[in-house]
Design a protein around this ligand. Structure first.
Ligand SMILES: O=C(O)CCC(=O)C(=O)O
Ligand SMILES: [Fe+2]
Length: 224
């Protein structure tokens, strides 16, 4: 058994990753989203948090909306700051390896055709928020699956900063996700409007999006 665990750790998904990925796939299939408190492997959560704390403020950019020529800063919509993850740091690479394994699992299990992943650290200083929005609009983008993980040990109910996931446009109540350390939230990007309520203290997270490949007729659409 020890040999098997060692083999798996060195060569692919650990048994716990397999179990978690399978639960996430079941959630996505039955409800289109998955909220899993404390599910991110502890060593990964701790490494990401330590790295994010070490990021100097110069590494962050003021977050905006849209991309390319449509990119806009809009403080009415969101006031967080972000730092894209490109695998330069060890924790960043560790995260990209883990999300790549999740991507492969979901493609095998659900035939989702996920092709690439883009991801950034986000810091919401006290008072910061992100108003209700979709991560993707039907037919206009190739973001398919959103993934957020939270890096806030000891986050309390009075600290605000919940992500509220709404089932559709008419849902005003939503499901509140407390941004506690290691919690994972995944949802279909085109299906679920969501928002981040104002945080009352520094709130750290990693957000990412799995995309499908929409390169058509010689037009390459790169992942940023
Ligand atoms: O941090 C969160 O809970 C969600 C962030 C978000 O909605 C986004 O970055 O698009
Ligand atoms: Fe979002």
């Amino acid at each position: 058994m020890a040999a098997l665990v060692h083999f798996r750790a060195a060569h692919g998904d650990s048994p716990t990753d397999e179990t978690l990925f399978s639960l996430i796939a079941d959630d996505l299939l039955s409800q289109g989203y998955s909220i899993r408190p404390g599910a991110l492997p502890c060593d990964l959560a701790d490494d990401l948090l330590a790295y994010q704390h070490s990021l100097s403020t110069q590494k962050y950019e003021h977050a905006g909306i849209g991309r390319g020529g449509d990119f806009l800063h809009n403080d009415f919509v969101r006031t967080d700051e972000i730092c894209w993850i490109n695998g330069e740091s060890e924790p960043g690479q560790h995260w990209l390896d883990w999300t790549c394994r999740l991507q492969q699992f979901l493609n095998r299990r659900l035939f989702m055709g996920l092709f690439s992943f883009e991801s950034h650290f986000a810091h919401y200083a006290s008072g910061s928020y992100y108003k209700r929005h979709y991560d993707a609009f039907r037919g206009e983008t190739n973001r398919i699956l959103s993934l957020v993980t939270y890096l806030n040990p000891g986050w309390g109910h009075d600290d605000g900063g919940e992500m509220v996931l709404y089932r559709d446009d008419s849902d005003l109540e939503g499901i509140k996700v407390v941004p506690l350390h290691g919690t994972l939230a995944l949802f279909l990007s085109e299906e679920f409007p969501h928002e981040v309520l104002p945080a009352k203290r520094d709130r750290y997270s990693v957000a990412g999006w799995f995309r499908v490949n929409t390169s058509i007729a010689g037009k390459i659409d790169p992942p940023r």
